[in-house]
Ligand binder design. Structure first.
Ligand SMILES: Cc1ncc(COP(=O)(O)O)c(C=O)c1O
Length: 487
């Protein structure tokens, strides 16, 4: 691949701060315009004043290292308060304990690690521990299970993408050490029936982890605003742990999540201790070693700054936006919302996939929207963020145009972006999909320049064109053999 603007060596002389900041300004021009609401995921922004506070707080802790909590009692204090405030928000009592982590993925990894260690102690006869979860669970669980040598067994969700306790029960065996469910699931914003899954946990004497990474800082306020939700937090007595991300709707800086356990009897298994290191006794309460105090301090400052009234205000605005969006989607005859979302997450597809939802996605993308394509079923994901609220009308107008365009230009789903994501979502042979994605990432992480504008949901790097050709041919073949089937 051609080398474009990429320096392989350190500059012989250091560059001035102005020069460096100028370079960054140039590079950032290629990034998605999240400030203009063009992305419906990734960036959680609660306003300029709030952001400024997070930056200042982060700056104050820029040089700290929470590797040794005894050196920074102020961080210890802030972590404790963040954990306690989150536990109270999620209806935990004084026994509930937890730690902060760098994000949802780490919180989930920590929870699964804790339960593995707990099971080793309490059920030492289980040699091949398993977790039972609904199909819609976030991939952080698959990754954690993979890293920890656990087997994850997934039960099919219902038509509305909601977990089915009966299907989960079928997968419980003598090897099961944990049940997991979402509040809500990321793809479609569906709240799993936590109370019913809790009944299963009770019946089989299993712990239950609730992944509230995206909902933990929204659902409490939605309930307070008067929308009744099936109980999903520590009010359900079978729930033994919850993960909730401050860096999502807690509006902290990136790198902040909380993992909570009902008692210290569980949390204590999360602490990793080594006693024979010449450098001294080494204790690691989370995954990281050296750890910036910045995200902890910013999370603390952000939560204190918003307070209950601030969170309620943001939630009101986001839910008003979501209702308007849902109404607009319902008014487009070709569009169908998936299931019954419980918060400001909506996913939609087309009736009988006509026109092709990925063709619609393709046209939306050409109109400057970043489009999150999903599979099983094929659909488009929208998390309504504060930055999206002001552009909902514009989005709906562009969506109507995209639907009309897709109806008259049927080839759209096979071109450009859709050729990568859309096609891959439909290829029945997951091994090929995995190989293709790995190839793309090999290219991204090779020593070569990534062609400008390359994102996973964008144009595939040169080398993957061959793969994409193969994928498209296989898709065409699949469609010929099984017409009408959306593999
Ligand atoms: C429900 C859920 N769980 C886990 C995660 C993983 O969180 P992170 O990306 O912060 O690691 C996400 C991210 O969107 C999520 O929505």
């Amino acid at each position: 691949m051609k080398q474009k603007n990429m320096n392989r060596y350190l500059p012989a002389e250091g560059l001035s701060p102005d020069h460096i900041l100028g370079l960054i300004d140039k590079m950032q021009k290629e990034d998605i315009a999240w400030q203009k609401g063009r992305t419906w995921s990734l960036v959680y922004h609660a306003g300029q004043e709030h952001d400024q506070l997070l930056k200042s707080t982060f700056g104050k802790y820029f040089s700290t290292n929470y590797l040794n909590p005894f050196a920074f009692p102020s961080l210890q204090h802030m972590e404790k308060e963040v954990v306690r405030m989150t536990a109270s928000m999620l209806n935990g009592d004084d026994e509930v304990v937890g730690t902060m982590s760098s994000g949802g993925t780490e919180s989930i990894l920590l929870a699964l690690y804790t339960y593995r260690e707990w099971a080793r102690k309490h059920h030492p006869h289980i040699e091949n521990p398993e977790i039972v979860a609904p199909q819609t669970i976030h991939p952080a669980h698959d990754k954690a299970a993979h890293l920890l040598g656990l087997r994850i067994r997934k039960a099919p969700a219902d038509e509305g993408q909601c977990a089915q306790p009966m299907e989960m029960e079928r997968l419980i065996s003598e090897n099961t050490i944990l049940l997991v469910a979402s509040a809500p699931s990321y793809p479609n914003g569906i709240l799993d029936p936590i109370s019913a899954i809790g009944e299963l946990a009770r019946k089989y004497r299993l712990p239950l982890h609730v992944d509230a990474c995206i909902g933990g800082f929204m659902l409490p306020w939605i309930e307070r605003l008067g929308t009744p939700l099936d109980p999903w937090d520590f009010r359900v007595s079978a729930v033994t742990s919850i993960s909730a991300d401050v860096h999502k709707f807690g509006f902290g800086s990136k790198g902040a999540s909380v993992v909570l356990y009902r008692t210290m009897d569980l949390l204590k298994h999360q602490f990793y201790i080594t006693t024979d290191f010449p450098g001294g006794i080494y204790v690691s309460p989370t995954i990281l070693g050296s750890r910036s105090g910045g995200p902890i301090a910013a999370a603390w400052a952000g939560m204190k700054h918003l307070g209950e009234s601030g969170y309620l205000k943001v939630a009101t605005r986001l839910m008003q936006g979501t209702k308007k969006l849902q109404k607009g989607l319902d008014a487009i005859p070709e569009i169908r919302i998936i299931g019954q979302p419980c918060m400001n997450i909506v996913s939609f597809t087309t009736h009988h996939n006509t026109p092709d939802i990925f063709a619609v996605a393709e046209h939306l993308q050409t109109r400057g929207w970043m489009v999150d394509r999903q599979q099983m079923p094929d659909c488009i994901h929208l998390t309504v963020l504060p930055t999206n609220v002001g552009v909902i009308d514009k989005y709906l107008t562009d969506l109507r145009l995209a639907v009309n365009h897709a109806k008259t230009h049927r080839k759209g789903a096979g071109e450009g972006t859709a050729a990568l994501y859309g096609m891959m979502a439909r290829v029945p042979f997951r091994g090929i999909v995995r190989k293709n994605v790995r190839k793309i990432f090999e290219e991204i992480y090779s020593g070569d320049e990534v062609p400008s504008g390359t994102r996973l949901s964008s144009v595939p790097p040169d080398g993957s064109a061959l793969w994409m050709g193969l994928v498209s041919r296989m898709l065409a073949w699949w469609r010929r053999i099984f017409p009408g089937r959306n593999a």
